[in-house]
Structure formats: structure tokens, C-alpha cells
Design a protein around this ligand. Structure first.
Ligand code: 13P
Length: 255
């Protein structure tokens, strides 16, 4: 059976790039993806302050979508410094990254909080790129499958099947993020197949075959093709290499 899952290459710009740099980068990327096939989606994720400008500059190029890196769980209110789903919606953002390991690690975002964010995003009909993945010590102690199972169960497995149309999974082993150490294509495939099976066991094979599972952690032009060639790897969430137009384009072309 051939499965038509969406292929996605998403660039997480993290806390990088000024407004001018963001616009320059997205313009370069837009030029390079003009001939991309319909099945492949390209996403960039600038900082909050640059979202609006990047959305405006990509409005004529439907090939490049724009996502936020985070959002608050509340509708509005006294949460100084935070950004709501409604605010994102109002500037044309319909995709949000939630659960990134840097949010979990530096801003204490745990399952309870992430569940509330997931619910708020769905309430606003936003698509969620949900990140999760084990730390080095979890892999060394052979707990990586348990950790990943818990992260998914805690924040996503209360959702119904229709909600899953709005979910993209991003497996990002923490030990591979920004370290230059990538999971081997075999390690990525093994975990992605495990994740798909978890979803199948919880729901059914229609849901599990439809959900795109991205790999993130030191993806670069030199290793993208091999990782993306694995059957359960449906694309990538790219950090460092997404800040350079030619590297990011090479990664997109690898898919
Ligand atoms: P790097 O590609 O820099 O390892 O970052 C991955 C990541 O965290 C994407 O969200």
C-alpha cells in the first residue's frame, strides 16, 4: 500500500535573525522552492517579532508557510510577555511549534502545561508541530522508548481522531540538537516506527499512517538524504542549517 503522507521540511530559526536578516533569508528560500512538488511543504519559523513581516513577504508564495515557535495556553489576560493563539491567528499564522526541548529545559514546560497549550491551539484550529525526544542519559540507560511513549501519552493521547489531522510529530532526541551529532538513519527509523506503532495502537492505522513524523537534530545537507529516505521519516525540523539559504534549500531538495 502506498501511503500519501505530507513531507515537511521546517526551519526553526530559534532566537536568531533580525527583521532584515529574516526577510532576506525567507526571500532567498522562496526563490529556491518555486518548482517544488505539491506534496512537499516548506515551513519557516521566525521569532515572534518578525512573524508578521515574514508572513507578509511570503503571502504571494504559497510554497512557504510560516509557523510560530511557541504560544500561551490562555485566551488572553495578565501574562506579561506572552503571545496568544488569537494574536497569531490575527496575523495569518496557523501553525505553532509546541514542546520544543529548549522550552521544556529552559522554561520548565512540562506535560501538564503542554497539554493546555495543545488544547488552546486546537481550539483555534491551529496545526501543531509537537516536539518530543529523549535526553542522552535516557538513551544511555535504554529508557528512550519509555520516555517518548510518556511524552506522547501525556500531551496528545487524550485527543480524538479528528484532532490528529492537526498534529505533526517532531522527534528530536535532545542529544542530537545543536551538537553536530545526528541520530543515525537507523536510530531515527527505529524510533519513528515505534512512534507510528504507538499511534496505531492508541487509534488505528488510518491515523498512524496519516500523521507526518519529522526528525530533528543536526540535520544538514550531508546527512538529510539518508535520513529522509527512511520509510517512517516524513521530513525534518531543522535548526542551525535552516539559517543558511543554500543549506536549507539543499535539505529541502533532499526530500
Ligand atoms: P539543530 O538542527 O541545530 O540541531 O536543531 C534542531 C532543532 O532543535 C530544531 O527544532
Amino acid at each position: 500500500m502506498s501511503i500519501m503522507r505530507k513531507k515537511i521540511v521546517a526551519g526553526n530559526w530559534k532566537m536568531n535573525l533580525t527583521k532584515d536578516q529574516s526577510l532576506e533569508l525567507v526571500n532567498e528560500i522562496s526563490k529556491n522552492v518555486d518548482n517544488l512538488s505539491e506534496e512537499t511543504e516548506v515551513i519557516v519559523s521566525p521569532s515572534f517579532v518578525n512573524l508578521s513581516s515574514v508572513v507578509d513577504s511570503t503571502s504571494r508564495n504559497k510554497k512557504v508557510q510560516v509557523a510560530a515557535q511557541n504560544m500561551h495556553f490562555a485566551e488572553n489576560g495578565a501574562f506579561t510577555g506572552e503571545v496568544s493563539a488569537e494574536m497569531l491567528e490575527s496575523i495569518g499564522i496557523s501553525t505553532v511549534i509546541l514542546g520544543h526541548s529548549e522550552r521544556r529545559e529552559y522554561f520548565n514546560e512540562g506535560s501538564h502545561l503542554l497539554t493546555k497549550k495543545v488544547e488552546q491551539a486546537l481550539e483555534h484550529k491551529m496545526r501543531i508541530i509537537f516536539c518530543f525526544g529523549e535526553k542522552l542519559e535516557d538513551r544511555q540507560s535504554n529508557n528512550h522508548f519509555d520516555i517518548v511513549r510518556e511524552q506522547l501519552q501525556d500531551s496528545l493521547f487524550h485527543l480524538n481522531e479528528v484532532d490528529w489531522d492537526s498534529i505533526v510529530l517532531a522527534y528530536e532526541p535532545v542529544w542530537a540538537i545543536g551538537t553536530g551529532e545526528t541520530a543515525s538513519p537507523e536510530q531515527a527509523q527505529e524510533m519513528h516506527a515505534f512512534i507510528r506503532k504507538l499511534v496505531e495502537n492508541k487509534y488505528d492505522d488510518e491515523v498512524s499512517n496519516r500523521v507526518s513524523i519529522l526528525y530533528g537534530g543536526s540535520v544538514k545537507p550531508a546527512n538529510a538524504e539518508e535520513i529522509f529516505s527512511k520509510p517512517d521519516v516524513d521530513g525534518g525540523l531543522i535548526g542551525g542549517a535552516s539559517l543558511n539559504a543554500s543549506d536549507f534549500t539543499a535539505i529541502i531538495n533532499a526530500i
